[in-house]
Structures are given as C-alpha cells and as structure tokens.
Design a binder for this molecule. Structure first.
Ligand code: GTP
Length: 339
C-alpha cells in the first residue's frame, strides 16, 4: 500500500515558526509532525510514501536521511505549488494503479486507516474521505452524506455554529478517477476534484472516524495538540507530562504544568513558571519568567522576570528581562523592546 503525503503548504498561519522550519517538520512533543504521520502510516501497512512539495528537497532532505527504514520515501518536486489536488495528480505516475492513501501532512490523529481501507473495499468506493465530527463547523465546511455514508455534497463553511462532519484531510483514492484531471495545474482536491468526481457519478464515501483529530495549522491548535498528546487523549501514544527532553535543563524550582513540552537543550531557569506552552530546541526561559499559552521557537530567549502569554516567538527572538508580551507574534531573531 502506498500513500501520498502533502507537505507543500505555505504554513502562513503558523508564522513565524514556519519561516525557519517547514510546518510538517516542526516538533510535535518529541519528534517532527511528519514522523508521527509516517509512523501511523507504517502501523497500518503503508510501505511506500510519496511526498509532494514545491519546496526544494533540501528542506526535507535531512529529515528523510534521518528516517531510516520504513516507509520508503519517494520525493516529487512540484515546479510550483499545485494545491492539494494538483499535488496528488502530479504523483499519479509514481503511485501506480492500486488504491492509495493521500493525506495532509499537518494533522495529528489516531485515525484507524486499516478500518478505513476495509470500509472503502466493502463499499466498492472510488474515493473514501475520512470525516471528523465537530460541534462547530464554521471554520471548516461540511461534508454531507447519506445514511450508508455516500457523499452527496461538499458545503461551504456555515455562518452559524452548526454541528456536522468535516473533511479530515485523509483520503483513499482509486487512481483511475483522477486520470481525468490535468497534470501540472493548480487544483484544489476539496473544491474541484471531489465535487467533479461526485458529479461524474463515481462512488464517493465518507468514513466517519471516531477518535482524535486536529489540524495543526494554527498556534492555538498546535498547543492544543500538545496538551492532548500529553494528557493521553491520542490513542496509541503516551508521554510523561510535562515532557522534557533528556538534554534540556529545567531548574528544580521551576513550575511546569502537564501541558508543557521542553525541547532538546532548552533551559528553564530558577522559579520560572511555564504552562500550556511548547519550548523548541535551545529555547531559554530566564529565572522567575512566566510563559503561558505560548510557543517559544528554537534558540529564542525569554529574559528573567519577563511575562509572555498567548504569544509565538520565532526562532532566535528575544524578550528582554522583565519584558511583557501578550498575544504577540515575534519575528525570527527580533528583539522585543523593553518596557
Ligand atoms: P496555511 O498557509 O497556514 O493555510 O497552511 P497551508 O498552506 O499548509 O495550507 P493547508 O493547511 O490548507 O494545507 C493542507 C495540507 O496540504 C498541508 O499538509 C499542506 O502542506 C498541504 N498543501 C497545501 N498546498 C499544497 C501544495 O500546493 N502542494 C503540496 N504538495 N502540498 C500542499
């Protein structure tokens, strides 16, 4: 079984973190997001992954090199961003003729891909779309299905907070139905490919997955995923909470809550308080500083006695001693003004 993993988005909503690290390579607790995605694919019998991105392979090269063993990885470079659908169409010559998974690379989930495959085969589907039920679908757009799971329509984002099933960004696709779409053009899988495949009468089904699912596209969701992973809400993964990399140095008097992850060689000083936050490799939190609901990028520095809340610090950014930062995004290597 093969899978196409999309790793070519801009990651705009996660700036400034994504200015130095591609979204799918950002750490999710102990390893890159993409490692979690690939591990899950391997658990469900995927032996070969095709990664598609307009970014040069160099951005992902070290990751691919470090990831020895399964799955085998084939890299496809898009000459320009082709969108979620165009990127999948671009890989068809590598995919072959059997059904394959295609998935967004920026999702944290415990979706049962084996059950999804069985569902797809039982229905004789051309396309199966994993669905996730949400209570408020305003941010997503809804997928409407019949009783037996057949997809009737994709609906635009609702204006009211209604519950419903959303596209969970994981698909099982029969390559035959994609042959009609032109290679090398920018196409959206949700807005163009699926509606056209449904209109052509192909059997498209929604697989209602229970379990955990979150799109890691924003800092809030990125922090939420850490809190959930550390609280054991994702099946099949467990961590000590707070999670502290063995090479990190956390002063014994510092107070960290259970929703904190501290990356390699990060340091947390005397009397500091860190809650619901993620500290990337080499981050520094000074003595008596308070960090709440924030992401502190690699090698970024929060000075002694500073207070940082609901903020994102890009790699190498610096908050001065006793500085105060609330709801801010600080660019890579930028200095926050004192006071
Ligand atoms: P934002 O800029 O914050 O919206 O992020 P994004 O560009 O990653 O967009 P989005 O979250 O909607 O993308 C969903 C998934 O598709 C992610 O895994 C992206 O990496 C991937 N993706 C989006 N556009 C492209 C593209 O043009 N080519 C490829 N290969 N992947 C893409």
């Amino acid at each position: 079984m093969k899978a196409v993993v999309l790793v070519g988005g801009f990651g705009t909503r996660l700036r400034p973190l994504t200015e130095t690290v591609k979204k799918e390579l950002l750490p999710l607790v102990d390893r890159p997001i993409l490692d979690h995605t690939l591990d899950r694919l391997v658990q469900h019998g995927v032996r070969e992954v095709i990664m598609s991105s307009p970014y040069l392979e160099e951005a992902f090269g070290p990751f691919i090199a470090a990831r020895a063993g399964e799955p085998a990885i084939t890299w496809v470079t898009e000459e320009r961003p082709l969108g979620t659908g165009g990127a999948v169409v671009r890989t068809l010559d590598v995919v072959g003729s059997d059904p394959f998974f295609a998935l967004n690379g920026d999702i944290c989930t415990d979706l049962d891909l084996t059950a999804m495959r069985a569902f797809h085969d039982e229905r004789g589907a051309s396309v199966t779309i994993a669905l996730h039920h949400v209570e408020d679908a305003r941010a997503f757009g809804l997928v409407q299905t019949e009783e037996d799971g057949r997809v009737v329509a994709f609906r635009e984002k609702p204006t009211d907070a209604v519950a419903g099933d959303i596209n969970a960004g994981t698909y099982l696709l029969d390559p035959a139905v994609l042959g009609a779409f032109p290679a090398g053009e920018e196409i959206s899988i949700e807005r163009t490919i699926f509606p056209e495949v449904i209109a052509a009468g192909h059997p498209v089904y929604g697989f209602g997955a229970d379990g955990y699912w979150i799109d890691l596209g924003t800092p809030e969701k990125y922090l939420q995923a850490h809190a959930d992973l550390l609280a054991g809400r994702v099946r099949g993964i467990s961590y000590d909470a707070p999670w502290i990399h063995p090479s990190a140095e956390v002063d014994p008097s510092a107070r960290l809550d259970a929703a904190v992850a501290v990356g390699a060689e990060a340091r947390v000083g005397r009397g500091a308080r860190v809650e619901r936050s993620v500290l990337h490799a080499g981050a520094f939190i000074g003595a008596q500083a308070v960090v709440l609901g924030s992401v502190v990028g690699a090698e970024a520095r929060v000075g002694a006695g500073a207070r940082v809340s609901d903020s994102v610090l890009g790699a190498g950014a610096r908050v001065p001693d006793h500085g105060v930062l609330e709801g801010a995004r600080v660019s890579v290597d930028a200095d926050v003004a004192p006071g």
